[in-house]
Design a protein around this ligand. Structure first.
Ligand code: CDP
Length: 228
């Protein structure tokens, strides 16, 4: 059967605060369903890395963002994030970029560009996208919307373990403080702030394994699809 109808597409949108496990969960869902995965946070992180390397640290106005964007050459290939020829997959996930990213992610010009890129990537394909404004802006017409949450203590604990695996040592209190700071920045910015979309299903993963979260989101998605 031809999959022409908009509703036949499965575009799963997942939003939530820092460190809720969106990336791992979204990647696993995409793998299980055999569909595309887009980590939109990686795009904002990549822009922060790029701008900081050009010594454009911190707040930039929209004009500056526009100028910088002209040579911003971001690609996703074979599960890697590339800036030009440079593999930046690992470096954008370090505490340095955790700390740098918020002002760039609040820049209206940067957001407009990213949203339009994200929409074009998801245009004709089944996809799982996760971030902060996926349910409210990027895929707001999708019926498959989720808000993945967890207590701040649990989110800090997960980020601590992730860092440990990568050989990064940052103490739990510093991680927790950074998570709280980024959540506040994301929830209180003018442009596309993080908030739960009215029709998003909340999944509180504090006491759930990754496997359980993945199954829950897939099951709800299939339930919604069958009810359409
Ligand atoms: O993995 P974690 O939850 O720590 O962060 P991320 O998803 O990689 O996103 C990094 C930062 O990018 C966030 O703190 C947001 O400021 C920003 N972001 C955003 O504004 N909109 C999105 N759709 C995705 C990320």
């Amino acid at each position: 059967m031809e999959r022409s109808s908009e509703l036949d597409r499965i575009r799963i949108a997942i939003d939530g605060p820092a460190g809720a496990g969106k990336s791992s969960v979204a990647r696993a869902i995409a793998e299980k369903l055999g569909i595309l995965y887009l980590d939109t946070g990686a795009m904002y992180r990549a822009f922060a890395y790029y701008a900081e390397n050009l010594a454009e640290a911190g707040e930039i106005d929209e004009e500056k963002a526009e100028e910088l964007f002209r040579d911003f050459d971001l690609k996703f290939a074979d599960g890697k994030v590339l800036l030009g020829d440079e593999d930046i997959t690992q470096v954008i996930r370090t505490p340095r970029i955790d700390k740098a990213v918020s002002p760039y992610a609040s820049n209206p010009f940067v957001r407009k560009q990213m949203v339009s890129l994200q929409r074009s990537i998801g245009q004709d394909t089944d996809i799982v996208m996760e971030g902060r404004d996926i349910c409210t802006v990027v895929l707001k017409d999708s019926p498959y919307k989720f808000y993945l949450d967890a207590s701040v203590e649990e989110r800090a604990r997960r980020r601590f373990l992730q860092n440990e695996q990568k050989g990064i040592s940052e103490d739990m209190e510093a991680i927790k403080a950074d998570i709280i700071r980024r959540d506040e920045a994301d929830m209180n910015r003018q442009a596309d702030p993080l908030r739960k979309a009215e029709d998003a299903i909340v999944v509180d993963s504090t006491d759930m394994s990754q496997e359980e979260v993945v199954d829950e989101i897939i099951n709800k998605t299939l339930e919604i699809k069958n009810a359409l």
